[in-house]
Ligand binder design. Structure first.
Ligand SMILES: Cc1cc2nc3c(=O)[nH]c(=O)nc-3n(C[C@H](O)[C@H](O)[C@H](O)COP(=O)(O)O)c2cc1C
Length: 230
């Protein structure tokens, strides 16, 4: 349960996110935008594709998101519908690509039941659109729907440094119910490879939407070296 503290409203709204696995499996929307970190999107899609608890993934990639797949991973496809196969290295069973221009797609309506939505990575531009409810493309509209329906929305924002506009937009989105989950990998699990870093961060994101992964490292406490020597 998350409590929303809405500024100026003088009241607190309770927002309950359910992690009730439905019989048919979860429906997840994944938005990929033009922020650095296409590897995180690739890992998210791979983990969701192989997760038995997930029935369907609606994937929306912005134009700049497509450019990032090309720039960072050398992945391109003339036909957007073929891009998931290129990203996963095999034909996906669950992933359906929707054009970002199609604001009339299923996920643009609250009557279509999406369990959770991830935007990974999330640009400052898309953060601004979500924080201000512009709903001017499918990712922004689908995110807007998640917030109005009290469903889980995780924004894996990425930029550095942040200006005041970014920070204010993060606060606005968080106060409306989004989880702000910056792409900040951890090092306490002693990662050896980039894939270790990417996997562990992505596992934390999936845990946020009620899909904890077996391979997620869990800190169990450790004595400091001082204490260990004492
Ligand atoms: C190679 C490249 C890297 C970028 N990296 C970032 C980034 O890390 N964070 C960010 O907010 N914008 C980044 N941008 C800028 C956004 O892509 C740009 O603002 C774009 O309009 C965002 O649109 P979108 O949210 O519809 O994808 C990058 C752009 C390019 C071409």
């Amino acid at each position: 349960m998350r409590v929303l503290d809405l500024p100026g409203s003088g009241c607190e709204t309770e927002c309950i996110h359910h992690h009730m696995p439905r019989a048919q499996g979860q429906i997840i929307t994944v938005g990929v935008t033009g922020a650095s970190g296409a590897l995180f999107a690739q890992k998210t899609l791979a983990l969701l594709e192989e997760d038995a608890r997930v029935a369907r993934v609606h994937l929306v990639i912005t134009e700049t998101g497509q450019r990032l797949f090309a720039e960072e991973l050398g992945l391109t496809s003339g036909d957007l519908k073929q891009l998931p196969s290129r990203i996963l290295g095999r034909t996906p069973n669950k992933i359906e690509t929707l054009p970002n221009k199609d604001v009339g797609a299923s996920i643009a309506s609250g009557s279509y039941e999406v369990d959770s939505m991830l935007v990974i990575p999330c640009s400052m531009g898309t953060l601004a659109a979500v924080a201000n409810g512009t709903s001017d493309d499918l990712i922004a509209r689908a995110a807007d729907v998640m917030l109005k329906e009290g469903r889980e929305l995780v924004l894996c924002i990425r930029d550095t440094p942040f200006n005041r506009i970014h920070l204010e937009n993060m606060l606005r989105a968080q106060q409306a119910g989004a989880v702000i989950m910056p792409v900040i990998p951890a090092f306490y699990d002693q990662p050896k490879t980039i894939d270790d870093l990417v996997t562990q961060y992505t596992c934390r994101v999936l845990a946020q939407i009620g899909l904890p992964q077996e391979r997620m490292y869990r800190w169990a406490g450790r004595s400091s070296s001082k204490e260990a020597k004492a």
